[in-house]
Design a protein around this ligand. Sequence first.
Ligand code: AHG
Ligand code: MN
Ligand code: MN
Ligand code: MN
Length: 338
Amino acid sequence: MNVNRNILTLDEFTIQSVRQFPHATGELSSLLRDIGLAAKRINVEVNKAGLVDILGDHGTTNIQGEEVKKLDIFANNQFMGVLQRGVSCAGIASEELDDFVAFDDDISKNSKYVCLFDPLDGSGNIDVNVSIGTIFGIYRRVSERGTIARKEDFLQKGHAQVAAGYIVYGSSTMLVYATRRSVNGFTLDPSVGEFCLSHPNIQCPDSGNIYSVNHGHFFRYSEGVRKYINVCQNKTKETGGPYTQRYIGSMVSDVHRNLIKGGIFMYPGTTDKPKGKLRLLYECNPFAFITEVAGGRATNGSTSILDIEPTELHQRTPFFVGSSKMMDELEACMASVE
Ligand code: AHG
Ligand code: MN
Ligand code: MN
Ligand code: MN
């Protein structure tokens, strides 16, 4: 039998990374390990969906006015519980919670990081067995260690992230995370229950031929966005086309695919919702960070996502992310009509 010991587990990989930095305390690796544990627990539930009473609506709406699914709550509680019991996280903020939660036990008060997450992304797809995900961003707290975390710890610019990542519960389950140095992907090996390094040093191709947008909103987008969509539709062999339109409706899966293959994902503002749908802190900042470390770009149409100063936890923003040359062409279209 061929046993491949060249494959690193997530824990082995993070420990090796710490060893390259003599001053590192290992707190970030321990936080990533906690996140990996929460992901495995959520994965088990997601895989059973349909067999146990986990599908369907929870019967409530969240602070953003969305219907909450049972799995949204389960995933949120798994993440919160694991991070609270761990030793690296001083507090969390989540799409599914009205306000941030500062952990007030002694270990948490002395922890270095806060974590912001979308516990289940694409929850509209749960009931129909389509890939869903989890998204997280990690920041060094700005408040003093030894005290409980404060709101300013959570309202930091995306540039301040020390790490960000996502989990895709897809045909296989993958955890991808970025630090400032690199983006690495790990696939869950169900036989041993470990995330194993499968996609080292992910680079986003500088161009691609996939564009992802909800065409149902086409006539409510700005003229610049519509112009770019027309450009995508009219690509020929000579201009780098033809392009393919792909939109799963789970941003984790859509952006993951485009990150690997090259492409652009857009969730623009509309005439009725000028800020679009996606949340800056839980969805856009982590993906902007991951994509930029991988060589791509992310903006709200005019400003880099990572430069936006957040003013509230649940704020929304138009979001454009992907391969750098495709982002350039989008911005040229937007600038040409404004
Ligand atoms: P969530 O399930 O966390 O609320 O986010 C869903 C988001 C995102 O995953 C996806 O890209 C988008 O909603 C799809 O929205 P539309 O159906 O409006 O296109
Ligand atoms: Mn939601
Ligand atoms: Mn989401
Ligand atoms: Mn969600």
